[in-house]
Design a protein around this ligand. Structure first.
Ligand code: ATP
Ligand code: MG
Length: 568
C-alpha cells in the first residue's frame, strides 16, 4: 500500500487479529492470501478503498499475497470500461497483485463441472419455477419455505435438463439449477438457493460461449478455493451468506478458505453505492463518473486527493463488526494533513482586484524570494516577480470596512506576502455603476521581504500576483454533492436525488496565478495560499489552466479535535 504517515493512529482491526492467530496456529501453513473481488458494474468508490487497504494491507503486513479478481458473473451489467478503470484505481491506491489478475469467468468451466458433480450427488436439481414462484415458495423469516415440485427429479433427468440449459434450449428465466439444501432453514439463503440462471447475454470475456451463468454465491467461495485464498474478507451483508459459502465447499470437498465479514464504510454527505452513483451519471446530475464531486476513486484523484491520505484514513478508522457512519470531515482532515506536508505553496488570486502602486517605478520588476513549503525545508524557495501593478483578492479590500476588518481599506496598511507593506490611498470607480475598478496604493521600500525596518507591525498579510506576469486560469470550487448528512434518507415518494446540493459546483473564471504555475501538468497539486488545496485538471489548455479546489484550508475535524482536547 501507499506509505502511510507513521504518526497516524491505528484503530482496532479484528481481522488482523484473526490473521495473526491463524499464523500462530499455522492454520494455513504460514500463508496469508487475500483477494479484492470487485464486480465490474461501475467505478470504484471510497468504500472500496477501505476493502483494498484491508486486503492488500494485510497481505503486505504479513508477507502474503493479494489477488485482484473480477467477480464477473452477471454479463448484463458489466463492461470492459469498468474493468479498465478498476485496474487503474486499485493500482493508484497502491494495491499490487503481481501476476494474479483473475476473473470469476476464468472458472466457468470448472464451476460447470462442479455443478454437475452436485447434481450427481443429488445435491442440486433443475427447477421449472419462475423467479416470482421461487420467491413465493421461499417463505419468510417467520414461515418456512415449501419444497419445489421439481425437487425430486432423478439425477439422470437433472443432468439432461442442465445440459440442455447450457446448450440454449430454454428461454431466459424458464429454468434454474438449484442447490438442494433445506427449505425449512431459518436462513433464507439456505432454502434451495439458485446456483445457475439462464441468460442469453454476451459476456465481456466469454462472449457467447455461455447462456447460463453461476450466481455470486456459487462462484465466490469456489473461486477463493481455486486461488488458495486463506481469508476471504467481505462486508457484513454477506454474513448470512457464509453458511452457504461453507456448504458448497463442504459438499464439493475442496480446499476451504474462511469468510470474514467487516463493516462497510459509510460517510456523511456521501453515497457509496455504485447503483446510485450510476443513476447520477445517467441522469446527468454530475459530469460523468470522474466528476470531482463524486466519491469515486477516479474523481477524488482528479480532485487532488492522494492515495497516502486514503491509506491514513483507512488505518485511522479501523475495521469492526458494526456498521456506522464516519464523518466526511475526518477523511478531509487526512487529505489536508497529507497535502499540507507535501505540496508546494503558491500565490493565486481567484477574484482579482487591480492594485496600482503609485510610487513604484513603472518598468521595474523585482524577483522576491518565496518559500515553497514551510513544512518541508527540502522544498526550497522560488522567485516571484513583483511590479507596479498587482492583483489582490477582491475580498481583501473593503472601502467601508466593518470593525475587526484588518485587511486593506482606505488609509490602512497591510503586508503583501514576500513583498512590501502597502497602504491604500484612493479608490477608482466606474462612474456609472460605482463598481471598484482599481485601488491606488503606496509602498514602503523599507519593508522589502515583508518586515519594516522600524519594527512597526501590520495586522494582516495578503497574497497577490503581478499583473504583467500573471497566468489566466479557471477555478472549480466544490461543496458536498449532497446537502444532507444522510443522503439515503429520502422523504416518502421521492428520489434520493432530492438530497443533492444545488450549490455543489462553482466555476470561477478570470483567476490570476503566479507565473511558476505555467504549464502545470494535470494532476499537479498545490496549496494556493489562504485559499485551499488545488489540483490541475485535465481540461487545462495552453491558453487557460483549470484547477479543481481539492479542499479549502479550514479543517473542521482538526477544530473539533482541538476543542475536545481543550475540554479534557
Ligand atoms: P456497491 O454497493 O457500491 O455496488 P458492492 O459491494 O456491490 O458495492 P463490489 O464490487 O461487489 O461492490 O465490491 C468489491 C468489494 O468491496 C467487496 O468485497 C465489498 O464487500 C467491498 N466494498 C464495497 N463497498 C464497500 C464499502 N462501502 N466499504 C467497505 N467495503 C466495501
Ligand atoms: Mg456487488
Amino acid at each position: 500500500m501507499s506509505t502511510p504517515n507513521p504518526e497516524t493512529p491505528a484503530a482496532s482491526n479484528f481481522v488482523r487479529e484473526i490473521v495473526k492467530q491463524d499464523l500462530q496456529t499455522n492454520k494455513y501453513q504460514g500463508r496469508v492470501h487475500t483477494r479484492f473481488p470487485p464486480e465490474p458494474n461501475g467505478y470504484l468508490h471510497i468504500g472500496h478503498a477501505k476493502s483494498i487497504n484491508l486486503n492488500f494491507g494485510l497481505a503486505a503486513e504479513f508477507g502474503g499475497k493479494c489477488n485482484l479478481r473480477f467477480d464477473d458473473t452477471n454479463p448484463s451489467k458489466e463492461e470492459t470500461e469498468y474493468v479498465d478503470s478498476i485496474i487503474e484505481d486499485v493500482r493508484w491506491l497502491g494495491g499490487d497483485w503481481e501476476d494474479r489478475l483473475f476473473y470469476a469467468s476464468d472458472y466457468f468451466d470448472q464451476l460447470y463441472a462442479w455443478a454437475i458433480e452436485l447434481i450427481k450427488k443429488d445435491k442440486a436439481f433443475v427447477c421449472d419455477l419462475n423467479a416470482q414462484q421461487i420467491r413465493e415458495y421461499r417463505g419468510t423469516l417467520t414461515e418456512p419455505g415449501r419444497e419445489s415440485p421439481y425437487r425430486n427429479r432423478t439425477v439422470a433427468e437433472n443432468l439432461d435438463l442442465f445440459e440442455r440449459m447450457r446448450k440454449g434450449e430454454f428461454a431466459d428465466g424458464a429454468r434454474t439449477l438449484r442447490a438442494k439444501v433445506d427449505m425449512a432453514s431459518p436462513n433464507l439463503n439456505m432454502r434451495d438457493p439458485v446456483m445457475y440462471r439462464i441468460l442469453h447475454a454476451e459476456h465481456h470475456r466469454t462472449g457467447n460461449k455461455w447462456c447460463i451463468y453461476p450466481m455470486y454465491d456459487f462462484a465466490h467461495g469456489q473461486s477463493d478455493s481455486i486461488e488458495g485464498v486463506t481469508h476471504s474478507i467481505c462486508t457484513l451483508e454477506f454474513e448470512d451468506h457464509r453458511p452457504l459459502y461453507d456448504w458448497y465447499l463442504d459438499q464439493l470437498g475442496v480446499y476451504h478458505p474462511q469468510q470474514i465479514e467487516f463493516d462497510r464504510l459509510n460517510l456523511t454527505y456521501t453515497l457509496l453505492s455504485k447503483r446510485k452513483l450510476l443513476t447520477l451519471v445517467q441522469e446527468g446530475r454530475v459530469n460523468g463518473w470522474d466528476d470531482p464531486r463524486m466519491p469515486t476513486i477516479t474523481s477524488i484523484r482528479r480532485r487532488g486527493y492522494t492515495p497516502e491520505a486514503l491509506t491514513n484514513f483507512c488505518k485511522a478508522i479501523g475495521v469492526s463488526k458494526t456498521n456506522g457512519s464516519i464523518e466526511l470531515a475526518l477523511l478531509e482532515h487526512y487529505v489536508r494533513e497529507d497535502l499540507n506536508r507535501r505540496v508546494p505553496r503558491v500565490m493565486a488570486v481567484l477574484r482579482p482586484l487591480r492594485v496600482v502602486i503609485e510610487n513604484y517605478p513603472e518598468n521595474q520588476v523585482e524577483e522576491m524570494d518565496a518559500v515553497n513549503n514551510p513544512e518541508d525545508a527540502a522544498a526550497g524557495t522560488r522567485k516571484v516577480p513583483f511590479s507596479r501593478v498587482l492583483y489582490i483578492e477582491r475580498d481583501d479590500f473593503r472601502e467601508d470596512p466593518p470593525k475587526q476588518y484588518f485587511r486593506l481599506s482606505p488609509g490602512k496598511e497591510v503586508r503583501l506576502r514576500y513583498g512590501y507593506f502597502i497602504k491604500c490611498a484612493s479608490v477608482v470607480k466606474d462612474e456609472k455603476t460605482g463598481e471598484i475598478l482599481e485601488i491606488r496604493c503606496s509602498y514602503d521600500p523599507a519593508t522589502r521581504g515583508g518586515n519594516a525596518l522600524d519594527g512597526r507591525k501590520v495586522k494582516s498579510t495578503i497574497h497577490w500576483v503581478s499583473a504583467a506576469h500573471a497566468i489566466d486560469a479557471e477555478a472549480r470550487l466544490y461543496e458536498n454533492l449532497f446537502a444532507v448528512e444522510n443522503p439515503n434518507a429520502v422523504p416518502e415518494g421521492q428520489e434520493f436525488t432530492v438530497n443533492l446540493n444545488p450549490n455543489s459546483l462553482e466555476v470561477v473564471t478570470g483567476c490570476k496565478l503566479e507565473p511558476s504555475l505555467r504549464g502545470a501538468a494535470a494532476g499537479s497539486r498545490y496549496q494556493f495560499e489562504r485559499l485551499g488545496y488545488f489540483c490541475a485538471d485535465p481540461d487545462s489548455t495552453p491558453e487557460k489552466l483549470v484547477f479543481n479546489r481539492t479542499l479549502a484550508l479550514r479543517d473542521t475535524w482538526g477544530k473539533i479535535e482541538k476543542a475536545q482536547q481543550g475540554k479534557a
